[in-house]
Design a protein around this ligand. Structure first.
Ligand code: FES
Length: 162
């Protein structure tokens, strides 16, 4: 995607809001949803459109964990490492993901298919250890079950491993 396309698309997203600084978070959320990260060019457009200094835009982006300045994979894996999941072996899941996909938390596979993140309790402790891929939850995971789930995403599909 060329830079001017990103700028144009960003302007389309931003202009669904009035050009007022109070819409900064909402616009950033929409852009993050669209690209799964916030391209630098988008931030420049947002700064200009909402009349918010670029330094302030970056301040907001770096403050909120939900925003990312680097491209993420097509599928975002979130492994819960809250207390319940930790006790039930969340670290084994992370080790298994590294073995299968070759990535550590915070990294994206070279083919752009997966990114791995560690998160705190996602409210499904009864299913510990839990991970999410995009919007789907996978609970009571074992390394073998995890491997099967990852394979299904690799092939482009999904399995219900709840
Ligand atoms: S600790 Fe993992 S879902 Fe609560």
């Amino acid at each position: 995607m060329d830079l001017s396309q990103i700028k144009q698309e960003t302007l389309v997203v931003a202009s669904t809001y009035k050009p007022e600084p109070r819409f900064l978070l909402a616009v950033l959320q929409d852009i993050q949803r669209k690209y799964k990260y916030l391209p630098k060019q988008s931030l420049e457009v947002v700064s200009e459109y909402l009349d918010v200094p670029l330094t302030k835009v970056y301040g907001v982006v770096t403050f909120y964990k939900a925003f990312s300045l680097t491209p993420k994979g097509e599928n975002i894996i979130k492994v819960c490492d809250g207390t319940a999941c930790h006790i039930k072996g969340s670290m084994n899941l992370i080790t298994e993901i590294k073995a299968v996909l070759g990535i550590d938390p915070g990294q994206t596979t070279a083919d752009g298919k997966f990114s791995l993140e560690i998160v705190n309790c996602i409210g499904s402790c009864a299913l510990a250890p839990v991970m999410m891929i995009n919007e789907s939850y996978y609970g009571k995971l074992t390394p073998a079950k995890l491997r099967a789930v990852l394979e299904s995403y690799r092939e482009g599909g999904m399995v219900d491993a709840k």
